[in-house]
Design a protein around this ligand. Structure first.
Ligand SMILES: Nc1ncnc2c1ncn2[C@@H]1O[C@H](COP(=O)(O)OP(=O)(O)OP(=O)(O)O)[C@@H](O)[C@H]1O
Length: 248
């Protein structure tokens, strides 16, 4: 069996008296699309912050393909292949969708250090390819402030893909997205990840989406992983339905 891509062992994080992670063991396997579910405030976002280096644990370890990244800075972790898409997409609203992507591509190529021209044809082409990948090529010239929430989320995912991640972390990818847009967004996302061989973790409150798109589900409650397995099994577990799904 292949070693996990990300391996978390004995992780503990507290904020004041709140235990956001209380001795968590969790593996993310190569190539899977893993959902994390749990009540508000149970520690799901903290897991994303830990994996990306924004929060440091008071105990435990995090390994990426066997390399200990527990003490690494966020920037170092990004370079090693972990990217996140934010719960609230961070876009420059007064710039076009293409400009936002070109900036991300150029930055990833070392634009700050090597002065890669921001508007060079190579950068433009790579940015257009990413937009095409997420189905937004037709909106390249649109100002990002004019996008629907689904469009903003897909742009944000394209920005994260510009970092060429091996592991993509998505905090509520469909939050704020209209009901009509949710399934097309997830279909597109699942296809992009599959086509590019990117492993992904998504935090989600919509159980229909979890059941339909996740390969595996991890249930987080009060800083602990309380259940995990295939969606159909986990989402029919009476304890999960009572303590987690019932309070979402
Ligand atoms: N930087 C912080 N400072 C203080 N408390 C924090 C911080 N980050 C998280 N917490 C607290 O830790 C707990 C877990 O938070 P976290 O955001 O990880 O939960 P969550 O499961 O993602 O919640 P939600 O579903 O509402 O986004 C909460 O009680 C939260 O208030």
């Amino acid at each position: 069996m292949t070693a996990p891509l990300l391996s978390v062992r004995g992780i503990k994080v507290s904020f004041g008296g709140v235990k956001a992670a209380d001795g968590v063991d969790l593996d993310v396997n190569q190539g899977e699309f893993l959902a994390i579910i749990g009540p508000n405030g149970s520690g799901k976002t903290t897991f994303i912050n830990l994996a990306t280096g924004y929060v440091k644990p008071k105990a435990g370890t995090i390994h990426l393909e066997g390399r200990d990244i527990t003490s690494h800075k966020p920037r170092e972790i990004t370079k090693l292949g972990i990217a996140r898409a934010f719960q609230i997409p961070q876009l420059f609203g007064d710039h076009t969708v293409l400009d936002n992507l070109m900036l991300a591509v150029a930055a990833n190529r070392g634009f700050w250090r090597w002065q890669t021209p921001l508007g060079s044809e190579g950068v433009r082409q790579a940015a257009m390819e990413l937009l095409d990948t997420v189905g937004l090529a037709d909106l390249a010239a649109t100002h990002s402030s004019a996008l629907s929430e689904g469009g903003r989320k897909l742009t944000d995912i394209a920005l994260a893909l510009a970092l060429q991640p091996r592991l993509l972390l998505l905090d509520e990818p469909t939050a704020g997205v209209s009901t009509d847009e949710k399934h097309p967004l997830m279909e597109k996302l699942a296809k992009v990840l599959r086509d590019r061989g990117v492993t992904a973790v998504f935090v989600e409150h919509d159980m229909d989406l979890v059941r339909r798109y996740a390969d595996r589900v991890v249930v987080w409650n009060q800083g602990r992983v309380v259940a995990e397995g295939p969606p159909d099994t986990v989402l029919s577990d009476p304890a999960v339905l009572r303590d987690v799904v019932g309070v979402l």
